[in-house]
Design a protein around this ligand. Structure first.
Ligand code: PLP
Length: 410
């Protein structure tokens, strides 16, 4: 039996190199080996996030990072804007609710992105809002925001900008300092080829300054305390040493590949997944132009939540393909394919072939053989575009004509 293919949007599969790194012996977290480990990771995180800011690393999941971005810069009763496109945007607003923040919500229907003009309008209406929270890549719907445009609006009005890029950073183009993002939250188990357990948070000097006056109660997640320790190459509490080993190795792999190559690989793989899904007649939840390069949400091809569950169970048990269902209100209505971190073209072929066969097995489709061909054609297009080759590559239909002897059109 082949190893199951874990293709949920986190945790993501680990390269062998990372697994070996994570299984190393422990070290003194107040000693020189740890100092070197932390220094390398922080330097590489700055490289990957394109920032000169402090990158604080906490032993908690991404949600802990979201909480840190609330409690360090807001005060109870203060008004703040939360832009939400789905479950993770909602979670951020709920965290703020729990601390007594006066939450102004900008929400959109599942599958839609935030309109920067709406952000501008709300900020014009509520002059007392000093901080804006926005999800870069909404994992529950497979939608990516136009972050540069949103950032331009928020920073144009002089507000603090906090971004959840837990499932975007390292995979999708992100220029933290150029966009002047004040707090950027990401998590080890999504695009970083590491296990769950770390929140990595880039914090600007403006955010640190704000933390000096913000009065939300906090202790474990306090930026100032963590920064004091990291400034001497330690962490306040015992760090998740094994996960840090893994993150270090994942970052080394990314440095070997080159950041823009990592982004291009994710863009290509996502195009291939979307082309394959389309060839199987599957419909995507995310609006055109806002489709995520790390997770694809697909409308259920089944006529009931039970039948969708049956498909996902069949894919897992018969084809070793582990996909994710929908969250919250989207449960039973969509399924999601995670394509982030350690993934390349060959993995896409396996995902699509397994999915397509599964659809036929459970009677939701009657033919196989379309998805991989469509993905191959789209992959060639992406490759040609990124190599700067002009002109279009033959598409899947043309490939089929070619294989029966007709001349190909280029
Ligand atoms: C995964 C994720 C989180 C955090 O989730 P944890 O399970 O706490 O790590 C937050 N936001 C987004 C967009 C995510 O994808």
């Amino acid at each position: 039996m082949a190893e199951p293919q874990l293709r949920v949007p986190g945790p993501t599969p680990l390269p062998e190199r990372v697994i070996r790194a994570a299984s190393r012996q422990m070290i003194n977290h107040r000693g020189p080996e740890f100092a070197a480990l932390l220094e390398e990771i922080v330097t590489s995180m700055r490289w990957a996030l394109r920032t000169e800011s402090d990158v604080l690393i906490y032993p908690c999941s991404g949600s802990g990072g979201l909480e840190a971005a609330v409690v360090n810069v807001l005060s109870p009763g203060e008004r703040a804007l939360f832009c939400t496109m789905g479950s993770f945007g909602d979670r951020w607003a709920h965290i703020a609710d729990a601390y007594g923040v006066d939450v102004v919500r900008l929400s959109v229907r599942p599958g839609e992105a935030i309109d920067p003009e709406d952000v501008d309008r709300i900020l014009a209406e509520h002059g007392d809002i000093a901080t804006v929270y926005v999800t870069h890549n909404e994992t529950s719907t497979g939608v990516v925001n136009d972050l540069p445009s949103i950032a331009a609006v928020v920073k144009g009005r002089g507000k603090l900008l906090c971004v959840d890029s837990v499932s975007g950073a390292s995979c999708i183009p992100l220029d933290t300092d150029r966009l002047a993002i004040d707090i950027l939250v990401t998590g080890s188990q999504k695009g970083w080829m590491a296990p769950p357990g770390l929140a990595m948070i880039a914090v600007s000097s403006a955010a640190l300054q704000r933390a000096g006056t913000a009065t939300c109660p906090r202790f474990y997640l306090d930026f100032a305390r963590q920064k004091k320790y990291q400034d001497k190459q330690q962490t306040f509490s015992t760090p998740a040493v094994s996960v840090l080993y893994a993150l270090q190795e994942g970052l080394r792999m990314m440095r070997d590949e080159g950041l823009e190559n990592v982004w291009a690989r994710h863009a290509r793989v996502a195009r291939m997944i979307r082309a394959g899904a389309g060839a199987a007649g599957l419909k995507l939840l995310a609006a055109e132009g806002h489709r995520s390069d790390t997770v694809t949400a697909v409308h259920s091809p089944a006529d009931s939540p039970e039948a969708l569950k049956g498909l996902l169970t069949h894919l897992r048990t018969r084809h070793g393909l582990v996909l994710a269902g929908g969250q919250d209100a989207l449960q039973g209505k969509i399924f999601r394919i995670g394509h982030l971190g350690w993934i390349d073209d060959a993995d896409v072929y396996a995902i699509l072939a397994g999915l397509e066969q599964g659809l036929v097995d459970v009677g939701l489709r009657s033919r196989v053989g379309m998805t991989v061909a469509a993905a191959q054609a789209e992959g060639r297009n992406a490759q040609a575009e990124s190599a700067g080759v002009s002109g279009r590559q033959p598409d899947a239909a043309e490939d089929r004509r070619e294989s029966v002897g007709a001349p190909s059109t280029v």
